[in-house]
Design a protein. Structure first.
Length: 277
């Protein structure tokens, strides 16, 4: 049965809320000091991760409901990062959120993402909205928020040594990874290579996910989870069991970036993993 755009929108908004709930459940028992512990993701703390997610959620919500305000706040953030010595993303986000942290930040983030998911669920999935990169559809926007939530959560799960129970909700992330094949190269000022590699993945449920024309020359096969980790840069391709064949597929997996913004170098092998102590 073919799902309508409206049905897909409802499902993806629900998936965004569910992934947010998973992160909330991990963080709810933390002490104030535990929010300050650095992760292996650029030494961001859990406070930094939550602030980044909350700010991004607020901006996505504004892009849907108040484009002028979205652009105003985007320019304000941009100015903070470009003026004088320039603030880092973490510093500027902290300033814009007036230093909100710990359990207050956690509760504020949670109180916002629920109603936000409802607003996206009721929106026209084909409507175009602004973002820091190219404009996108409303459905792509909520998928991007799901991807950001899921990917940044990985650093917290790693820090607190908790194995996340993955579901086929991550297929949303895999689709985003597939759809940003061209973006990865364009963003780096490079010509998009052809053909697109054949991708054959196994989801957490055992479901088979396939994209692009079957090929023995250019192909990627293996774990859907590991593919999602590579395109979101939460793991190095060198730390996965993905089987990558062909020069195009190899180059893509070496630099894959499914999120907007300037070129971000993927992590080196062995640098992002579950904490060992």
């Amino acid at each position: 049965m073919v799902r309508t755009g409206r049905e897909k929108m409802l499902e993806q908004a629900a998936d965004f809320r569910a992934e947010s709930d998973v992160l909330y459940d991990l963080l709810a028992p933390l002490s104030e000091d535990e929010f300050k512990r650095p992760t292996l993701f650029k030494e961001w703390t859990t406070n930094d991760i939550l602030a980044h997610l909350h700010w991004g959620n607020m901006q996505a919500d504004l892009s849907l409901n108040n484009e002028a305000k979205f652009l105003e706040r985007f320019e304000a953030m941009k100015k903070l990062r470009e003026t004088g010595a320039g603030m880092t993303m973490r510093e500027s986000t902290d300033l814009m959120l007036e230093g909100l942290s710990g359990k207050r930040l956690l509760d504020t983030w949670r109180e916002f993402y629920g109603p936000m998911s409802d607003r996206f669920a009721s929106a026209d999935p084909k409507k175009r909205v602004k973002w820091v990169g190219p404009d996108m559809s409303v459905r792509s926007s909520i998928t991007a928020r799901l991807m950001e939530t899921w990917s940044h959560s990985q650093a917290a799960f790693d820090l607190f040594r908790v194995e996340r129970q993955e579901t086929d909700r991550i297929k949303n992330v895999a689709v985003l990874g597939i759809n940003t094949f061209g973006w990865t190269f364009v963003n780096r000022g490079e010509t998009v290579p052809e053909p697109k590699p054949y991708v054959h993945l196994t989801g957490p449920s055992g479901a088979i996910w396939e994209w692009n024309e079957p090929s023995n020359e250019e192909r990627i096969e293996g774990s859907g989870l590991e593919f999602c980790q590579v395109v979101t840069q939460t793991r190095s391709i060198g730390d996965t069991t993905l089987k990558v064949t062909g020069s195009i597929a190899t180059k893509w997996m070496a630099v894959a970036q499914c999120f907007a913004g300037p070129v971000n170098p993927p992590p080196a092998a062995g640098t992002r993993h579950m904490a060992t102590d």
